[in-house]
Design a binder for this molecule. Sequence first.
Ligand code: SF4
Ligand code: SF4
Length: 141
Amino acid sequence: MSRECGDCTLCCKVLGIEAEGFASAQGEWCVHCDKAGGGCRIYDTRPEECDLFSCLWLQQPELPEELKPSRCRVVIGWYDDMFYLYVDPGRRDAWQRAPVKDWIQAATSQGAPVAVSINGKVVWANDSARRIVAARGAGQG
Ligand code: SF4
Ligand code: SF4
């Protein structure tokens, strides 16, 4: 059974938008979001980047309900060949607590690259993610 966002709108705060005319910084609510749980007020005309995004919790029904972003305050996304965890700046330690901490440990033990971002700044990355970033840096030299 597929999942639905329901009352969750956290990606509209933590991801930020770059689309022209919509720009908002990571960690700041998009002005078009009904934070009371009503969702996007411009749903039919929302930018393509919003339309295309779906978080890991939405994609993988086997993930526990506790990892729903509106509950754990972290949105897990796949970007640039690694998992990015976008943390609600209102709960900066959410990634260091269960259930997110458990997910990070499991993903890391399986060798998956994981980086944690708050307000657009990476605050932690595991060895796999650091190797990817280092390899990219070397490739640019
Ligand atoms: S964070 Fe995930 S569940 Fe929440 S609104 Fe965005 S896509 Fe939906
Ligand atoms: S335009 Fe709509 S879907 Fe996109 S971030 Fe804003 S509220 Fe969310």
